[in-house]
Design a binder for this molecule. Structure first.
Ligand SMILES: Cc1cc2nc3c(=O)[nH]c(=O)nc-3n(C[C@H](O)[C@H](O)[C@H](O)COP(=O)(O)OP(=O)(O)OC[C@H]3O[C@@H](n4cnc5c(N)ncnc54)[C@H](O)[C@@H]3O)c2cc1C
Length: 551
């Protein structure tokens, strides 16, 4: 076991982690950044379309604030949303210092890049800055435990996935920046590795989590020949103007968007997905939804996209898009829920901070496009600053030797060949993905969610029998353990919310119920047990003032 010490430890090297590292170095803190993938750049930030939402003047900032709360169906925390919208513009302007050129149009900024995905330019620029400032990045290391002393976080234990060596990193402050958990679904557009490890780690340490029931799905092409790129929601919005009834058809050939009022109002992702899924499920197992622009000229499709960055994304595929019709499916894209933070990015565990998609609280029940890349810059910076301030006032604590030794034994136990049964970890990973994909799809119901819990329990019974050939496979063994912890939390949250709101649609409770459910579902581990605390949403005042204004 190797023992390292630092002021600030950052777990995850996506945009939030890198931006936090830059800020912590600027504040003079020593920084270690641990990254699970083989290449630092394997993360959602890199795969992203590079589109940010930001406003400059007061009136547009106020609009951005209201739009974000409204899209989140009033479950977003207005204190965090206020910070997001007011710090967005300076955060974007700073990107130019890192060498990124931006195209600014209609409350959006997109990275000017000669190839897609343009997020790679963001990741590279931020990583370059971290290295220039003297931050240290450790690749191929998966954090599998937070080092705890009672309610204080003292760093983390990580495992080098190439050598099997355990790293014990003692840190004065630790930042979780491990991204979301869309990778738990069979259809997803995330890179491998975004499985919500940070949320499971935070739960094990006793931190509060919130809004885990809200998973943002995107329509995605599933036929070969078209990229999975997450552009379909705004492409459907743009092309509904040139195709009467909109570009989507169901199995009977009906253009169904008007049945859901989606031709007459601006389409939000959650409403679109619910409409698509309802059409598919009404047809039973053979249900299908097709994207059909087959009688439209490619130039008209490009012209229908009003913003330049959208045209840039659509132009290369416009000919293919108009040559045929294509099947689409709901793919998990983004997860709104995660570790609960306050305006200083503090979690409820002392010394533990969080930023980026691993957190919950900003987007509520549905995220507005472009808000996530803005969020990772704004909150990454806050986390880096606050963690380094905390580190300045804190002395490095002795490592918890008992925990370190127990971890070491736990890791070695996967190599024990004398187990009664031998389970390959891939079998468990596959089972959990199947359970989540079957029962946690956009349309849910109590019966399905209870079946999910029962099937998960059966899968969990096999965990003690995981058996590896060598320590080089260790990451494969750790992932299903994290995944099952998180799966239970997501299912429990989805069961608890007995209404439909944003991305969470309950077939057995199809209506939104502000009377009873205008609140966040907050969960945590207490005395080894899962505790559910439902808390009133802080944005209640906004929804009620909106209603007063309407009536
Ligand atoms: C295809 C696609 C396009 C998108 N386009 C846009 C867009 O244009 N605009 C927008 O606003 N949003 C967009 N998003 C969403 C946005 O990209 C992400 O929400 C955001 O980049 C998340 O950043 P992050 O730093 O929180 O996490 P990530 O960038 O995902 O980074 C997290 C990192 O932590 C690592 N990690 C996880 N667990 C561990 C562990 N146990 N130990 C060590 N490391 C770990 C992961 O492997 C990963 O490298 C898009 C998302 C996708 C998938």
């Amino acid at each position: 076991m190797q023992h390292l010490t630092t002021d600030v430890l950052i777990i995850g090297s996506g945009g939030a982690g890198l931006r936090a590292a830059i800020e912590a170095r600027r504040q003079g803190a020593e920084v270690f950044l641990i990254s699970k993938p083989n290449k630092t750049y394997t993360c959602c930030t890199t795969l992203s379309n590079g589109v940010f939402r930001a406003s400059k003047d007061d009136k547009s900032i106020e609009k951005h604030f209201r739009d974000t709360l409204e899209a989140g169906r009033y479950l977003g925390n207005p204190v965090l949303v206020k910070i997001l919208v007011s710090e967005a513009w300076p955060a974007l302007m700073e990107l130019e210092k890192f060498g990124i050129r931006l195209l600014i149009e209609d409350e959006k900024a997109s990275i000017i890049a000669d190839r897609q995905p343009s997020g790679i330019f963001l990741s590279r620029a931020l990583a370059r800055e971290v290295i220039d400032l003297g931050g240290k990045i450790i690749d191929r290391a998966i954090v599998f435990n937070l080092s705890m002393d009672g309610a204080n976080c003292l760093g983390a234990l990580a495992l080098k996935s190439d050598t099997g060596e355990i790293l014990h990193i003692s840190a004065k402050a630790t930042i979780l920046a491990t991204g979301g958990f869309a990778g738990l679904f069979f259809h997803n557009d995330n890179p491998p590795g975004n499985l919500g490890n940070g949320i499971a780690l935070a739960f094990q340490s006793g931190a509060e989590l919130q809004d885990l029931e809200f998973v943002q799905f995107q329509p995605m092409f599933i036929d070969p020949g078209l990229p999975k790129m997450p552009i379909l929601d705004w492409l459907i919005e743009a092309t509904k103007k040139i195709v009467p009834g909109g570009p989507l058809i169901n199995k009977k050939g009906e253009r169904f968007l008007s049945r859901y009022n989606l031709t007459s109002q601006k389409i939000l992702r959650d409403s679109l997905i619910v409409a698509i899924e309802r059409e598919i499920s009404e047809e039973g197992s053979g249900g299908v939804v097709l994207f059909d622009l087959s009688n439209i000229a490619p130039e008209d499709v490009v012209r229908a996209c009003l913003l330049e960055y959208q045209q840039k994304l659509v132009s290369p595929i416009a000919k293919i898009l108009t040559s045929n019709y294509f099947r689409i499916a709901s793919a998990a894209h983004y997860t709104m829920g995660g570790v609960k933070i306050n305006e200083r990015c503090e979690t409820s565990v002392n010394g533990l901070y969080a930023a980026g998609e691993v957190t919950g609280g900003i987007h509520g029940a549905n995220r507005l496009g472009g808000n996530s890349l803005t969020e990772i810059l704004v909150f990454g910076k806050i986390a880096g600053r606050q963690a380094s301030e905390f580190a300045r006032k804190t002395s490095l604590k002795k490592i918890n030797r008992k925990q370190a030794e127990a971890s070491s034994m736990w890791i070695r136990s996967f190599l024990n060949k004398n187990k009664r049964a031998k389970i390959r970890p891939a079998e468990l990973t596959r089972s959990i993905i199947l359970i989540i994909s079957k029962y946690l799809k956009p349309l849910r119901c109590e019966e399905g969610l209870l079946s999910a819990l029962a099937e998960l329990e059966k899968t969990e019974e096999k965990i003690p029998y995981i058996c590896l050939e060598n320590l080089g496979e260790i990451r494969k063994a750790i992932e299903p353990i994290f995944m099952s912890t998180l799966a239970r939390l997501i299912i429990t949250s989805a069961l608890t919310r007995k209404e439909s709101r944003g991305s969470h649609f309950r077939k057995d409770y199809p209506d939104r119920d502000d009377e009873n459910w205008l609140k966040n579902i907050v969960i945590k581990q207490e005395n080894g047990k899962l505790k559910i605390l439902d808390k009133d949403s802080l944005s209640q005042d906004y929804i009620f003032s909106e209603r007063r204004a309407i009536s």
